[in-house]
Design a protein around this ligand. Structure first.
Ligand code: ATP
Length: 666
């Protein structure tokens, strides 16, 4: 009896020891996983989860030998002996055949939730046809409540977060559904299923809205039966959730979550497809192979990443190469006859996991930055007013003949200075009398009578070179436009000194419409203005004109100089503040306008003048010859001489050549 008790006690102790060892092991594994994920987050690696679907044929052999909690997966090659046939893979996590939709979602939830904090997130499901991609992303067909996929659960969760945070942040959620079918992008959620160049954004307020849209998307998605999957997706489907948020401090965030269900890779001999199905399969395989090329290039940190080789990679460009958080679900079928595809999926997934995207970046603009930007805008307007007042005051003191051209002289006075300095320097400005020169600076007059043109330097509009077609269009317009009869003395036409070299951005731009739009603007002067087409009238221009019309001619230049310099000082400070603050907030850095180096082309003295005025208005620096090579402290466009040389820049905007779009820094 005693010995029996002793044996029981010993085995009881051993069991306890073993269970505590097992608990310790689990704890260590979990900690390791957390640390591993943390390192991956810091490096910005694409996370890879593997999911093994349950086997549907009990009689067939299974190639999955072991699934570890630490994300390891061991498969067995059925044609080799056990030892040689073992292949080991390592991922962030592996979900076995018994894992539920909730298990999968629970591990994905933190990533999805970060969308609400301003991160861009992309989750894409990859794998052989019939391996369970659609099951993971959408769940069973028909939008059944049971086993709903990530798409539904994610949106449900986002709505939940939105409501719990409603006192702090006001969120707007939009959904976009598109599909790439045979290298054509179409909108799944359009009511009539037509091909659309741009997918419609649907505002969604509840999960019911989402369900309705998703059903529509599911109905419209290209699906057909193959030998492997009787509801095989024949297209890549992308559900994008756009989140716009504004918090109580006024900060704004904009982020998006791409949920991508890729079409399945397949061996056409196995799927036994012919005709259209074969064509679809070829398109699918081609785009997936392009995805593979992009991943390889990213993993090798190549300088050229071939995003443009397929619509899919083009669409995923931001998620694969940008500062987004990206997760790939690699799906595998456990059956022995899928071994080849399983190995290639796992190898691909392994390669994906080595891609380092860099730490993800939050897309949030703080209230501080926004306020500073607003201040800059208003200061710039105020400064423009002061400059205008100064010029008008100068005009007032000039003889009547010159004064008749007075408002023009807002820039022309400066223009002459520049011309003279250019002449002194030997630039090719023809030596002509002042009046004639000024007219020539205005470009062709197109039969103008006694009209005076108001020039407003526009720091926003970007002159484009006029192509022959546009030139023709422009000339046609000139021919048909009835010049000045329907222009009252109140009319203001804002012209760019180089307008004859400008073309509107949009080919549908109507010159006439723009010209007529200027009607009823406030009176600036009694001078009648010509019907000169101005293709790019910016809102900023219009504001400036209105402000200028309020100016009094009696303003003392001395006084304005003092205030102006104060404003300039504040501008410089704000510019520096913004620069610093933006760096701190890791905002998207914005580059000077594309082609900024072409500004100072020397063809147009007036443009040079307006630019120097503009630069002056931003920096407070006189645009003297040597100063012209300096960049604005607020990130103005560089001149030709220093377009590629930022070394002398006062506050050079940082250069990110990889930025997809180049924007003005301000
Ligand atoms: N984890 C799972 N649990 C239960 N059933 C699953 C699971 N994964 C997939 N299935 C089932 O397997 C079948 C094929 O899955 P699914 O259609 O999701 O594959 P797929 O990878 O999207 O295929 P294709 O690329 O051809 O569209 C479906 O009937 C699906 O319900």
């Amino acid at each position: 009896m005693c010995s029996y008790l002793a044996i029981c006690m010993i085995s009881g102790n051993q069991v306890q020891e073993m269970s505590s060892a097992a608990l310790g092991y689990h704890r260590v594994v979990n900690e390791n996983r957390k640390l591993y994920n943390m390192v991956q987050d810091l490096k910005g690696n694409i996370r890879v989860y593997c999911r093994v679907r349950p086997s549907f044929r009990a009689e067939t052999k299974n190639v999955i030998e072991f699934i570890g909690e630490d994300g390891s997966l061991v498969i067995l090659d059925p044609l080799k002996a056990r030892k040689e046939g073992r292949k080991v893979f390592q991922f962030n996590h592996v979900f076995g055949p018994t894992a539920t939709q909730d298990d999968v979602f629970k591990d994905t939830q933190p990533l999805i939730r970060s969308v609400m904090d301003g991160y861009n997130v992309c989750i894409f499901a990859y794998g052989q046809t019939g391996s369970g991609k659609t099951h993971t992303m959408s769940g069973p067909s028909g939008g059944m409540q049971k086993d709903r996929g990530i798409n539904y659960l994610a949106l449900e969760d986002l709505f939940h977060i939105s409501s719990t945070r409603k006192d702090i942040i006001n969120y707007d959620i939009y959904v976009q559904m598109i599909e790439i079918y045979n290298e054509q992008i179409r909108s799944c959620a359009s009511e009539n299923g037509l091909n659309l160049p741009d997918a419609t954004m649907h505002s969604v307020k509840s999960t019911a809205d989402v369900l309705r849209l998703m059903k529509l998307g599911e109905v419209n998605r290209a699906v057909s039966s193959t030998a492997i999957n009787n509801r095989s997706s024949r297209s890549h489907s992308v559900l994008t959730i756009h989140v716009h948020g504004k918090d109580t401090s006024g900060s704004i965030l904009r982020s998006c979550l791409h949920l991508v269900d890729l079409a399945g890779s397949e061996r056409v001999d196995k799927s036994e497809v012919t005709g259209d199905r074969l064509k679809e399969a070829q398109y699918i395989n081609k785009s997936l192979s392009c995805l593979g090329d992009v991943i390889t290039a990213l993993a090798q940190k190549n300088s050229h990443i071939p995003y443009r080789n397929s619509k899919l990679t083009l669409l995923l460009q931001d998620s694969l190469g940008g500062r987004a958080k990206t997760l790939m679900f690699a799906h595998v079928s456990p059956e022995v006859d899928s071994f080849g595809e399983t190995v290639s999926t796992l190898k691909f997934a392994q390669r994906v996991s080595t891609v380092e995207l860099g730490a993800a970046r939050v897309n949030k603009e703080s209230n501080e930055v926004m306020q500073l930007k607003e201040q800059i805008e208003s200061l710039k307007k105020a400064l423009a007013n002061k400059e205008a007042q100064k010029a008008i005051a100068v005009t007032e003191r000039t003889p009547p003949r010159t004064r008749r051209l007075s408002i023009e002289s807002l820039s022309a006075v400066k223009t002459e200075k520049v011309i003279n300095s250019q002449e002194k320097k030997g630039t090719k400005t023809p030596s002509v009398p002042t009046r004639a020169r000024r007219l020539s600076l205005e470009g062709p007059r197109y039969g103008i009578k006694e009209n005076i043109q108001v020039k407003v330097s526009d720091s926003v509009s970007k002159p484009l070179q006029l192509g022959s077609a546009s030139r023709q269009k422009f000339d046609q317009f000139q021919a048909v436009s009835t010049p000045y009869e329907h222009w009252s003395s109140n009319d203001v036409s804002i012209i760019d000194a180089n307008h004859h070299n400008n073309v509107p951005k949009s080919p549908n731009f109507s010159y006439r419409k723009r010209a007529v739009k200027s009607d009823n603007r406030p009176l600036i002067s009694s001078h009648q203005l010509p019907n000169t087409p101005e293709p790019q009238i910016s809102a900023r221009n219009e504001v400036q004109i209105e402000k200028q019309s309020e100016l009094t001619l009696s303003t003392e230049p001395r006084t304005t100089n003092g205030k102006g310099s104060q404003i300039r000082k504040s501008l410089r400070t704000i510019g520096k503040l913004i620069n610093g603050s933006e760096k701190r907030n890791q905002q998207n850095l914005i580059l000077p306008t594309k082609g900024a180096g072409k500004i100072n082309d020397g063809n147009s003295p007036v443009r040079t003048s307006t630019r120097s005025l503009r630069r002056q208005s931003l920096t407070g620096t006189e645009a003297s010859g040597s100063d012209r090579s300096r960049r604005s402290s607020l990130g103005g466009k560089p001149t030709e001489s220093n377009a590629n040389d930022y070394r002398n820049a006062k506050t050079p905007p940082p250069i990110r050549p990889s930025a997809q779009t180049t924007k003005r820094w301000m």
